[in-house]
Design a protein around this ligand. Structure first.
Ligand SMILES: [Zn+2]
Length: 300
């Protein structure tokens, strides 16, 4: 436990640029060290430009990511994209404003505009270290928005694809796919040995479609990625996608069965929650089990 967490709340959500790993030629990840509220961040080089995927939370983390990208990319123009609008993924984007081109899908942009301020306030209540990281955060607009399900960016000798399906973990989740190298950045559609994040906060935010989320994971697996970079957790392969998908399918079945026997969400959480926790002893962030059970309880 860090000092910050003993003061209440999670440890400082600090991006560590020294955690940089080259997972394929010209494809870098600033690994999250499994620190809560720090994402895995991608930096992908082409001959003409470089793409940055996610920024970490707050202006200081965003600046660290920008500096790391500059060190790697030299004079190449930078493009920033986000896997989704959640604060720990995108609330450092202001560092890139004017320093690179910010490029989102339309749903993600709309969701950021609708919910960004609310999430900023909510996250500041998570504890002093999170509030400190978010101090001075400004929500910035993208320079470019794409419509529809996908776009591709030619970085020079390397094309990356940005793909979205609409509502799943959020309203505008996006994956980044390198078809030649078969590398997939999933954002929070997949995390590794972490209970899937169900941001089920009605009435403020009830934008989850877990059935589509499962379909997306099935489709992503069909692409046969060689390397999967999850939103949080260790880099791995296709098994990361399967683990999340299996968890969600199983949990939905079990919650539906409990609902059929007349139990409400609180009763199901009390009985099923500890079992689910015990079945995944090496997974972190068990607080998300209850949110998932509450979400699935509303469907049945
Ligand atoms: Zn998220």
């Amino acid at each position: 436990m860090s000092d910050a967490s003993s003061n209440g709340g999670p440890p400082a959500p600090t991006v560590d640029p020294n955690a940089l790993k080259e997972i394929a030629a010209g494809v870098f990840v600033i690994c999250d060290h499994r620190v809560p509220l720090v994402p895995n961040i991608g930096i992908i080089l082409g001959s003409k430009a470089a793409l940055v995927i996610d920024t970490g939370m707050g202006p200081a983390n965003g600046k660290k990511v920008l500096d790391a990208a500059r060190r790697i990319a030299g004079q190449r123009p930078l493009v920033l994209t986000l896997t989704h609008f959640h604060p720990e993924h995108g609330f450092g984007a202001q560092a890139f404003k004017g320093a690179g081109k910010i490029h989102y899908n339309r749903s993600q942009r709309d969701e950021l505009q609708a919910k960004g301020e609310g999430y900023l306030h909510m996250f500041k209540t998570f504890g002093p270290s999170v509030a400190a990281a978010l101090e001075g955060t400004e929500l910035v607009h993208p320079d470019e928005v794409y419509e529809g399900a996908s776009t591709s960016i030619d970085l020079g000798g390397r094309t990356v694809e940005l793909r979205t399906w609409g509502l799943a973990h959020t309203a505008g989740d996006q994956v980044v796919w390198l078809p030649q190298e078969r590398i997939l950045f999933t954002g929070d559609l997949a995390e590794e040995r972490i209970f899937p994040i169900f941001p089920w906060f009605p009435p403020n935010d009830a934008d989850i479609d877990a059935a589509r989320w499962v379909q997306i994971l099935t489709e992503l697996a069909s692409w046969k990625p060689a390397i999967v970079v999850p939103g949080h957790g260790d880099i791995g392969g296709i098994e990361i996608l399967a683990a999340v998908r299996d968890y969600m399918i199983d949990l939905r079945k079990r919650v539906t069965a409990e609902r059929k026997s007349g139990k409400d969400a609180d009763v199901i959480i009390a009985s099923l929650g500890p079992k689910i926790r015990a079945e995944h002893p090496d997974w972190s962030a068990p607080e998300w089990i209850d949110f998932a059970i509450r979400y699935y309880s509303t469907l049945s």
